[in-house]
Design a protein around this ligand. Structure first.
Ligand code: ARG
Length: 645
């Protein structure tokens, strides 16, 4: 692929914009005495009538000149340059620049925008990662959508990408779940239910409420015993009170006298009292760990039922994973991790637990092994990161997880670094805020949670209404219509997650997401469909235009044409920007602006049915290049361009 493309250098494709920029920079630098600052050329605001510009303030101060004087001096030496205040502005020869940009796009096709900076590097994207026996939340959906876009973005920069679904399929909760299924569940019902995860979730809630009841009774009994005898009458209570007191005194830096002993005794009681249900749960988890057949069977049942539902959502979204190891995959590696931590300087024992104290960095204390010997979420993540570095040979890892786990990932990366794993420094947490849905509009299950399935179904219904109204002719082709409805609904859902800084909390609203006139997927999709239909109507083979092109000085002289060309030329730098910031939002705002500029171009210029053949074909090429670039941008976001709309 690399050798065949004439626009490629050894490393990256050399894009027309970069070539042009390099020429301008060289011309500017030739006028400077000091060359330690690289001139920063930006697109000139649309209202100025210029194409590009540079603010000379800081370069001028380095030269000991006034910015305007420096601007005048350089302007004299460059064709099309003009000094405006402290700015040096440029007008390009747009017919030449425009044709080069457009030709390059039409020549490179889906490769336009690609970079090679990630060549030879492997990145793991930890994404989606829902928990077994729990419904996928909107947070997991966000992680899936953002993670997939980041994967595409990295792939266009030459990285080898491994999307890894780190499913939550291990932990002591599975012991409890097995007890709940055995005590109150009905396997037949589970297998035939249309909401098996809901049934499992209810069973889990039942376990906790039953356990709370039992605990209440035990607590009262214990209290009476203490009143009659002393704290010593309850095994382990005195020691636990002591432990908790110590913990609080260290944490709050207060003397013993200020401790609230009533509260501490209550908390200690809660730790000491172990209900029979909890014992059963621990027992079943132990069996699960040891490979007991029945425990494994029920655990596997929960996984299968949950994955069936998760996969339906992935299918609708069109998202795939290279790996879905899940937390349980690392089970066999946990002892190793625990040994590594306990034998390194990083780990020590505190209150019987193995911890890594990162207080010196303001990151608190991370538990790696509980005092009862159990592993935790962190233990599995350490094993997983080490596996990714050592076995998967990953150079980089990106975790796409909600902002509630921000401190947790800071701890994880720091812990890895302290254990001498370089993946610690090469990992990033791309976090996102909460999504809320407008109250009352979505159907809920027992008023507690919103079902993702319902959210999707509602979107499909609304998209269908919109499409049927906008394009009634599609009613004749039901299959095509349904395909378009899916593309528009899924596109809208994804756009909503990708069009702004994901760290902000958002309210999701289907009507806004499906608004054809707003900052939405359908607006951009519709623009691409429109461009495609212009090309189709022209019945001209774009490739033939490429080959016998007669560039004329008259081409691309209208302001809206120029603006469109500049935006087309900008795509590679939008990709770079997206990569540097791990932000697909950069691509979304890029393509939204591109669509707006195209629509303004098309509103002002005729493309079809004009007599001047040169102008006609130049404009048609511009339309085709726009269509290609919108398609490439949307592909990164995981959004498809429909055939019709
Ligand atoms: N299953 C977790 C949750 O739902 C997210 C896992 C994120 N990935 C990771 N490597 N910890 O909160």
């Amino acid at each position: 692929m690399k050798a065949e493309r004439n626009n490629m250098t050894d490393n990256n494709p050399l894009y027309i914009i970069q070539k042009t920029e390099n020429q301008l920079i060289k011309a500017i630098e030739s006028q400077l005495v000091n060359k330690n600052q690289t001139p920063n050329i930006i697109e000139a605001p649309l209202s100025t009538g210029f194409d590009y510009g540079i603010n000379l303030t800081s370069l001028a101060s380095q030269e000991g000149l006034s910015p305007h004087d420096l601007a005048l001096q350089i302007a004299n030496t460059i064709d099309g340059a003009e000094a405006v205040g402290s700015f040096l502005n440029f007008k390009l020869n747009m017919s030449e620049f425009g044709h080069s940009v457009v030709d390059q796009i039409l020549d490179m096709k889906s490769d336009y925008g690609k970079e090679n900076e990630g060549n030879g590097q492997r990145v793991v994207i930890d994404m989606s990662s829902p928990n077994i026996a729990k419904r996928m939340s909107y947070g997991h959906l966000r992680s899936t959508i953002i993670g997939d876009a980041l994967a595409n973005l990295h792939r266009s920069a030459g990285y080898e990408v491994i999307r890894d679904n780190h499913i939550g399929d291990w932990g002591t909760q599975f012991g409890k779940l097995i007890v709940a299924i055995k005590n109150w569940g009905n396997e037949q019902e589970l297998l035939t239910s249309d909401d098996p995860i809901g049934v499992l979730q209810d069973l889990y809630v039942k376990f906790h409420s039953e356990e709370e009841t039992e605990k209440g009774v035990l607590r009262e009994e214990a209290k009476q015993k203490i009143a009659l005898h002393s704290v010593e009458s309850i095994t382990g209570l005195k020691e636990t009170i002591e432990t908790i007191s110590q913990e609080i005194m260290t944490r709050k830096k207060i003397p013993k006298i200020e401790l609230d002993m009533t509260k501490i005794t209550e908390d200690a009681l809660d730790r000491v009292i172990v209900t029979s249900l909890e014992k059963e749960g621990r027992n079943w988890f132990l069996k699960l760990e040891k490979g007991n057949k029945e425990a494994r069977r029920l655990w596997k049942l929960c996984i299968d039922l949950s994955l069936k539902e998760f996969n339906q959502i992935y299918e609708v979204l069109g998202v795939n994973f290279e790996e879905s190891f899940g937390e349980s995959f690392y089970e066999g590696m946990l002892t190793d991790v625990i040994n590594k931590v306990s034998s390194s300087k990083a780990g020590h024992i505190s209150n019987g637990a193995l911890v890594i104290d990162m207080e010196d960095k303001g990151l608190g204390v991370a538990i790696v092994q509980k005092s009862d010997g159990a592993s935790v979420y962190m233990t599995r993540d350490l094993a997983c990161a080490i596996y990714r570095e050592e076995e998967m040979k990953a150079d980089k890892a990106i975790y796409v997880v909600g902002d509630d786990q921000k401190q947790y990932f800071e701890q994880l990366f720091e812990a890895l670094t302290r254990l001498d794993y370089k993946i610690g420094k090469n990992s990033v947490h791309v976090y996102f805020g909460m999504v809320s849905l407008p109250e009352g509009k979505m159907s809920t299950r027992k008023g507690r949670v919103i079902l993702l399935k319902d959210v999707l179904n509602e979107g499909f219904k609304k998209a269908k209404d919109v499409i049927e109204k906008k394009s009634p002719e599609l009613n004749k082709n039901e299959a095509l219509k349904n395909e378009i409805v899916r593309q528009v609904a899924v596109g809208s859902l994804k756009w909503n997650d990708l069009c702004q800084d994901p760290r902000k909390s958002i309210i999701f609203n289907w009507d806004k997401a499906l608004n054809f006139d707003g900052n939405s997927a359908p607006y951009v999709q519709y623009t691409a469909v429109r461009a495609n239909s212009i090309i189709e109507t022209s019945e001209i083979d774009i490739i033939s235009l490429l080959k016998n092109n007669v560039n004329s000085k008259k081409d691309y002289q209208e302001a809206s044409e120029k603006a469109l060309i500049r935006q087309l030329a900008n795509f590679p730098s939008a990709i770079k920007d997206g990569l540097d910031n791990n932000s697909p939002a950069k691509i979304a705002s890029y393509v939204f602006e591109l669509a707006k500029r195209f629509n303004s171009f098309y509103g002002k210029n005729r493309v079809l049915g004009i007599d001047d053949e040169n102008i006609a074909s130049s404009r048609l090429k511009l339309v085709a290049a726009t269509s290609q670039t919108i398609k490439n941008s949307l592909a990164i976001l995981g959004i498809e361009v429909p055939l019709k709309m």
